[in-house]
Write a protein that binds this ligand. Structure first.
Ligand SMILES: *Cc1c(COP(=O)(O)O)cnc(C)c1O
Length: 442
């Protein structure tokens, strides 16, 4: 069981002094007892959403289930407070308790990664990246990151993102033959364009990233180096992915993916960048921090510091390997041939199926994933030739290799018969049984 600080035996939704979290509604009780009366329409939709999360297999690689404590804090009185500034340096009175909350979150995050400095205020991963850029770049400077089409993120220089509009963005991709990062090609591109900031990190790359190689390239061309660990932060804390901290000037990340905390972002940096990073977050790009989320981050960090968290991360990777092995032995092509991390990309071109069709068919049968472009995809982002599968959420429910093998069989069945109502109904039934055995904790 996960670290749960809430008193489950309390009557749900009743705010009493007996509550361990005084001032925080128990999540479930909040909509069952109170929100029902306040706003039936929204209460009903939240309940439907909970049922969706509970009765289907969530395989979107960037999603997870947080603990009850994390959810309770996001519904707490901390949302009522403005705390512009940083601990002991606020612009409003009344921050004496929240100062301690934020200081604790910072100290836990530094401990988790062995980092010199941490900022826990970015509202999300995109804001973490934006603040890093603001701390070390001027508009028009050159940044170099992985292109979206190869598995990078919008904020790494895509033309539709601020990162592509305010900076001169140069993109590297993956090798056409192996679909792996080609460090020699990245090095040559960096030598040619001399970026001020080199960015490593991805949203849909199924293999480990060699941060030392990136670091060496950055040093060779005189660039600063940042890693965006939004997806793999939990894997790094769990020591199932190589550690970027010794090699990076900056690290941007999210707390809600493999890290299993509230939706939010964070920044780590070397102490020489501390002041610039902090003032880039506030007042650079944000106003008041979401202190209810900062408190939830602190609890998630506490959970991540427990030995069980490492076991959880190991299991995520084991589960992904089981699914990848089964699919590749049964006629499916996986981008790069498999996975080293929490996700895989299925190339559907040999199945005469698009990513959009595959994701729709899977969702109908109770398995929720997303269509995703594969490297050098002939199809556009709305259609795509691939589907991305991730194991963090399944693993949080307690599912292990046996269940993942069964899930892989179900996925193969659907993708081999995407239009069969009979196959969809059969899988839906199996999914329900599996979900019943591994209920979502709320
Ligand atoms: C998810 C992600 C982000 C940030 O996403 P938000 O939705 O803004 O929290 C940034 N970089 C990468 C590589 C990501 O996968």
């Amino acid at each position: 069981m996960r670290g749960c600080l809430s008193a489950a035996s309390n009557p749900p939704g009743i705010r009493t002094s007996e509550h361990l979290f005084r001032g925080a509604y128990m999540y479930r009780g909040y909509f069952e007892n109170f929100l029902q009366k306040e706003d039936k329409k929204i209460a009903k939709l939240v309940n439907e959403e909970f049922k969706r999360q509970d009765t289907k297999l969530q395989m979107i690689a960037s999603e997870n289930y947080t603990s009850k404590a994390v959810m309770a804090l996001q519904g707490s009185v901390l949302t009522n407070k403005y705390a512009e500034g940083y601990p002991e340096k606020r612009f409003y009175q009344g921050c004496e308790y929240l100062d301690k909350v934020e200081a604790e979150a910072i100290s836990r995050l530094k401990k988790m990664f062995g980092a010199e400095h941490a900022n826990v205020q970015p509202h999300a991963g995109s804001q973490a990246n934006m603040a890093i850029y603001l701390s070390c770049l001027n508009p028009g400077d050159t940044i170099m990151g992985m292109d979206l089409a190869s598995g990078g993120h919008l904020t790494h220089g895509a033309s539709v993102s601020f990162s592509g509009k305010f900076f001169k963005a140069v993109s590297y991709g993956v090798s056409e033959y192996t679909n792996l990062l080609d460090y020699e090609a990245i090095r040559n591109l960096a030598k040619k364009h001399k970026p001020k900031l080199l960015i490593a990190g991805a949203s849909a790359y199924p293999r480990q990233i060699d941060f030392k190689k990136f670091h060496d390239i950055a040093k060779e061309v005189g660039a600063l180096f940042m890693a965006d660990i939004a997806h793999i932060a939990g894997l790094i804390v769990g020591k199932v992915h190589p550690d970027p901290v010794p090699y990076c000037d900056f690290i941007g990340g999210t707390t809600h993916k493999t890290l299993r905390g509230p939706r939010g972002g964070f920044i780590l940096c070397k102490s020489e960048w501390m002041k610039k990073v902090d003032s880039a977050v506030f007042p650079g790009i944000q106003g008041g921090p979401l202190m209810h989320v900062v408190a939830a981050k602190a609890v998630a960090f506490k959970e991540a510091l427990q030995p069980e968290f490492r076991e959880y991360q190991k299991q995520i990777v084991k589960n992904a390997k089981v699914i990848a092995d089964y699919l590749s032995k049964n006629g499916f092509n996986l981008v790069t041939g498999g996975t080293d991390n929490h996700l895989m990309l299925v190339d559907l071109r040999n199945k005469q199926l698009t990513g959009r069709e595959a994701a729709l068919a899977m969702d109908k049968a109770g398995i929720t994933a997303n269509k995703n472009r594969i490297p050098f995809d002939p199809l556009k982002a709305f259609e795509t030739s691939g589907v991305r599968l991730g194991t963090p959420a399944l693993t949080t429910r307690g599912m292990k290799e046996d269940q993942c093998l069964a899930i892989a069989e179900m996925i193969a069945d659907i993708l081999n018969h995407p239009t069969s109502a009979k196959v969809a109904a059969g899988v839906r039934k199996k999914v329900k049984v599996l979900c019943n055995k591994f209920p979502v904790e709320i």
